[in-house]
Design a binder for this molecule. Structure first.
Ligand code: S3P
Length: 168
């Protein structure tokens, strides 16, 4: 069975939605940030500080390869996964990709202190959204927008996946 892949901005609820989908669909959950952190034995903020963003991205690509090699998993990705085409090619090959397009103003309205990039300042969320929106749209098989809550987004994704995965 194809993997169920979640992409989107940091703060768009990928991890929460991933947990709910994993429970509902009885599929294991893999979070590429957690995989990076577990393999490196360091937190994501530590990796950004010690290796810089480029160093983190290299580890992220390894984690993506590992996750994409699974079968029938829910894969929650880091918000910057779309920055490397090879990540998205690997994920698309074995999975169905969903983009939760959450309003950046809602994301910016929350507290992200201590998180790399979006923790810098409120404007950063809008800058990242503008830089990345075309990539998220390009790589998504399905775009989940106009959902106010993670529960709504999750049930839409589950319904689409249950319909599409057996055919894929
Ligand atoms: C990043 C998002 C983070 C994490 C890292 C970089 C990004 O993941 O991978 O801090 O570039 O958007 P989440 O989207 O899960 O917060």
């Amino acid at each position: 069975m194809k993997n169920l892949v979640l992409i989107g901005m940091p703060g768009s609820g990928k991890t929460k939605i991933g947990r709910m989908l994993s429970a509902r669909l009885k599929m294991p959950l893999v979070d590429t940030d957690e995989l990076v952190s577990a393999r490196a034995g360091k937190t994501i903020p530590e990796l950004f500080t010690q290796l810089g963003e480029a160093g983190f991205r290299a580890l992220e690509t390894q984690a993506v390869r590992e996750a994409a090699a699974l079968d029938g998993a829910v894969i929650a990705t880091g918000g910057g996964v779309v920055l490397r085409e090879e990540n998205m090619a690997a994920l698309a090959e074995t999975g169905i990709i969903f983009f939760r397009d959450r309003d950046p103003a809602a994301i910016a309205g929350e507290d992200h202190k201590g998180r790399p990039l979006i923790g810098e300042d409120r404007e950063k969320v809008f800058r990242l959204y503008t830089e990345r929106i075309e990539l998220y749209r390009k790589y998504a098989r399905y775009i989940i927008s106009h959902t106010d809550t993670v529960a709504e987004a999750e049930s839409q994704i589950a319904a689409i996946y249950l319909e599409e995965a057996p055919k894929a």
